[in-house]
Design a binder for this molecule. Structure first.
Ligand SMILES: C[S@@+](CC[C@H](N)C(=O)[O-])C[C@H]1O[C@@H](n2cnc3c(N)ncnc32)[C@H](O)[C@@H]1O
Length: 204
């Protein structure tokens, strides 16, 4: 991770951030783009799900409720674990703290990354590994390539630099995302577009 390390992720995505996510989920449920991913997942009966950067685990919980047999979460920041334990209770979720791109992983039926591509510098490695681990489907939500989104993230990154935090947010080219999935044998199947975010389903 050039210019960034796990401690920067822990600093940004900390326990306070996670507690706010948990309160938001309990008040309002899944966000619009998370609901898109549940719909794009299709028939989940008996499926194993791997979520990368799944935060507090709300999406995993709803994918399990939709029929998935078990879920694994690989998350760079340990800051979510208390909130995740509170939310997930005894559900069948294997929570791991680490960098998905670097750590050993095993293939799953469905791989999910909701708003994670924008939080990692190497889009080819992240999407490529996600695709390689997806036996059936890869589900992604990433920011659209719009000038005002780039401007907004530039402001966020300037603020982070001032705070001496190495974490940065990115608008990666969608063509690179599609090419990285394609190189692992996955084809773009469906896209759902909103003003800021786009969700996409890739299938084998
Ligand atoms: C914007 S947050 C999104 C969290 C959650 N998916 C959501 O939408 O609420 C991005 C998350 O991705 C995690 N992340 C980024 N790159 C990662 C990687 N290579 N491996 C594991 N987690 C990663 C970050 O630590 C962060 O928690």
């Amino acid at each position: 991770m050039p210019g960034c390390c796990a401690s920067d992720y822990r600093r940004f995505f900390n326990r306070k951030f996670a507690a706010a996510d948990l309160r938001r989920y309990r008040r309002r449920g899944l966000s619009e783009t998370e609901r898109d991913l549940v719909a794009l997942a299709g028939d989940l009966r008996g499926a194993s799900v791997l979520e990368v950067g799944g935060g507090i685990g709300a999406l995993q919980l709803e994918l399990l409720d939709a029929g998935a047999a078990r879920a694994t979460n690989v998350e760079l920041s340990a800051g979510y674990e208390d909130a995740a334990a509170e939310l997930l209770g005894g559900r069948d979720v294997d929570r791991r703290v680490g960098d998905f791109v670097v750590d050993d992983t095993t293939p799953h039926d469905v791989v999910v990354m909701h708003r994670v591509v924008c939080c990692y510098p190497d889009v080819d490695a992240l999407v490529g590994k996600g695709a390689a681990n997806a036996q059936r489907r890869l589900l992604l939500t990433y920011p659209r390539e719009r000038w005002f989104i780039r401007l907004g993230l530039r402001a966020v990154n300037a603020f982070l630099a001032l705070r001496r935090c190495g974490f940065r947010a990115y608008v990666h080219p969608v063509a690179r995302i599609v090419a990285a999935a394609d190189a692992q044998g996955l084809r773009l199947e469906r896209r759902v577009t909103h003003s800021l975010w786009e969700s996409a389903a890739f299938s084998r």
